[in-house]
Structures are given as C-alpha cells and as structure tokens.
Design a protein around this ligand. Structure first.
Ligand code: PHE
Length: 345
C-alpha cells in the first residue's frame, strides 16, 4: 500500500483498520483546489485491502473531474470500506457507525453519501455519527437524479448518432439494476426503448424485466449482445482490452464510475467507432442533486435544469472531440482541467 499512497497524484489518504470487522477504511482526498472534498462511500468485498485503496484513489480522482465538469466549488474525495467478506445485520450497521465516526473526525474536510454497496438506507446509519453526509435532507436518494442525467445523455447520443433523440425501438442494454440502473430502466421502458437488462443477480434482472416488459439477459452477455447503446450502471473497469473488441454497440452511456480499465481504453473505443460518454460527466446527476441542494442551497428545479444541461455539455464535448479526432474523454478532461487551473469560480 505504501507505493500506492506515495505514487498517487492526489493530496492524502486517511486509513483505518477496523479490527472488529477485519475491514479497511480508506478516505482518499484527491484535490481540494475547488473546495472541500465530497464524494460517495462504497462498501464492497475486495481481494486485497490494496485493491480497495486503489479503488478509493481512482474514484476520488473521478470526483475531482466530476465537480470540475459541473463547475461546483467542491473537491474530489471518496470513501471505501474494503471488506474481507460479506457483512450483514448488526455487524454491518456497527461497521458503518464506526465509519461515520471516522468521517466525523475529519470535521468537514470530507463529506459523503451513497455509492455502490452503500444505498440511501445505509447512508442513514453513517449519519448517526456525523453530520457530514448528504442524502438525509433535501435531495434524498441520488439514484433517480443520476438516472435522469444518464437518460438525457442517451437521448443526446441518439440524436448525435441516429439523427433523432426518439428512443422508440432503440435497443439499450442496461448492466445493473441498482439505485441508478433500476430508475434508468423505468425511464427507458417509458420512452419505448427495446430494453435488455442484466444483473449479477439473475433473478433480480428477470424480475425487473418482467415488470417492465423487457428482456433479461445473462450477466456476461452484456458485452457481445448487439444493441444501439450499452449502459454500464454497476461496477467500474468494464471497458477494457478484453471487453472492447467484443462490443456490438454504437455508444456507451452509463452511470458506473471509472468505466474504463485504463485511459487507453477511451482510444480503443474511439478506434472502434464507439461513442463513449465520459463517466464523470454523464453520471454527475446524483452529485449535482445531493450537493447542489444540501450544500449549495440550490432548489430542486434548478438542480433538475442543471442535470438536463448535461445534454449541452455532451454536445460541446462531442464537437470538440470530433474536431480534434480524439475520444470524448480527452475533450472532457481538457474542459475539467481548465476549470481546475482557473480555481473556484
Ligand atoms: N456516489 C455518487 C457519485 O459518485 C453520488 C455522490 C456524490 C455521493 C457526491 C456523495 C457525494 O456521484
């Protein structure tokens, strides 16, 4: 872990080993250039604690770009509770309380909220120990707001590629039916898309598909199954040297953080002619809603308008990328870096 921390381009990492649960807690603060760090907390079983640390660092950097992308006066940070095995019930709740105490000890240098494995209900448990949590007042569950941003992005991409934002009969594969995937599926079904749904929990995928009149597909079929748009809404790293050659979609538009295995994967997608919407832009809806309403005093209306403006942001990113014959990621990162160089507005 030493070389991960030394070699990182972020600011610092807070580490706590939790003996009771044999779990590690990492709070990675990537950049406070624009303001105090804010980002979700994720809880997951990792093969090694170092994998959890690496995830926290990469996700924290993603948050720096996310805040810069929407030009909010917040910095990039992320919390990871790296489990050695599944926890449940009281044991899990106590662990989250201890995590809440760790967040609280940072006295506002990091504020947090929901992420993979820490749904809105579990955020409440963290919130027993600290006020530095988002999602308990105002915005509530960020999932539907993130889904709204992704849906808008899918329409924008459809307009870009097919000349119309109408999704009727457009085939969309949604990977993951969690806090974002589920509301996204509902919106897509409502818009008449031909929907294919996958989840590592196959039974859950079948249930959601039956409810929405969609098709459930095998979890590992998502890459090779033909579709117009692939929406990864679960774990990160799903676009990599192994999966990209299999893809039979025209675009990737999903909510997962850190979708690319490595930066070069953006170029791999570009070379295959697959339009990639940078994750930190497309999935910013939840962050906009949570921190916009609960930290920056924005109204629900304003926040929704801001989320819908992801459309214009994407359009200008696509235009810039086209002009430079580069991947949209390169254009989006350049935009974010401009904001970071300028500093808080
Ligand atoms: N975890 C979500 C994200 O990455 C939502 C979130 C944003 C939670 C900011 C807390 C703070 O966007």
């Amino acid at each position: 872990m030493e070389h991960l921390i030394r070699g990182w381009d972020g600011e610092y990492v807070v580490v706590r080993y939790d003996r009771q649960a044999n779990a590690w807690m990492f709070i990675a603060i990537h950049s406070t250039v624009l303001g105090n760090a804010s980002g979700g907390s994720r809880m997951k079983v990792y093969d090694t604690p170092s994998d959890g640390l690496r995830d926290a660092q990469r996700l924290a950097a993603g948050m720096t770009y996310k805040w810069a992308g929407v030009d909010f006066p917040l910095g990039g940070g992320k919390g990871v509770i790296a489990l050695s095995g599944p926890v449940d019930g009281k044991e899990r709740d106590r662990l989250l309380e201890r995590y809440g105490q760790l967040v609280d000890s940072m006295r506002g240098a990091f504020s947090t909220g929901a992420d993979l494995g820490v749904g809105p209900e579990l955020v409440k448990i963290i919130g027993r120990e600290t006020t530095h949590v988002f999602g308990l007042r105002g915005a509530g569950d960020p999932g539907p707001y993130t889904a709204l941003g992704v849906f808008t992005g899918i329409e924008t991409v459809a307009a870009e590629l097919f000349g119309s934002s109408d999704l009727t009969d457009r085939t969309v594969i949604v990977q993951g039916t969690g806090d974002v995937g589920l509301p996204l599926c509902k919106k897509l079904a409502g818009a008449g898309a031909s929907l294919k749904i996958a989840d590592i929990n196959a039974e859950r995928a079948r249930g959601v598909a039956a409810e929405l009149g969609a098709e459930a597909i095998e979890a590992d079929a998502v890459y090779s199954e033909p579709c117009d748009i692939f929406a990864p809404c679960a774990v990160g790293g799903v676009l990599n040297a192994y999966t990209i050659p299999q893809l039979r979609c025209r675009a990737v538009v999903g909510s997962a953080n850190n979708q690319l295995g490595e930066t070069e994967d953006a170029t791999r997608l570009h070379q295959r002619g697959i339009l990639y919407t940078p994750d930190f832009i497309i999935n910013s809806g939840g962050a906009i809603a949570l921190c916009g309403m609960e930290a920056l005093g924005m109204s629900d209306d304003y926040v929704v308008r801001k989320i819908l403006s992801i459309r214009d942001m994407l359009k200008s990113i696509f235009d810039e990328a086209k002009q430079n014959d580069e991947s949209p990621l390169a254009a989006a990162e350049r935009r974010a870096r401009r904001v970071l160089e300028r500093g808080p507005a």
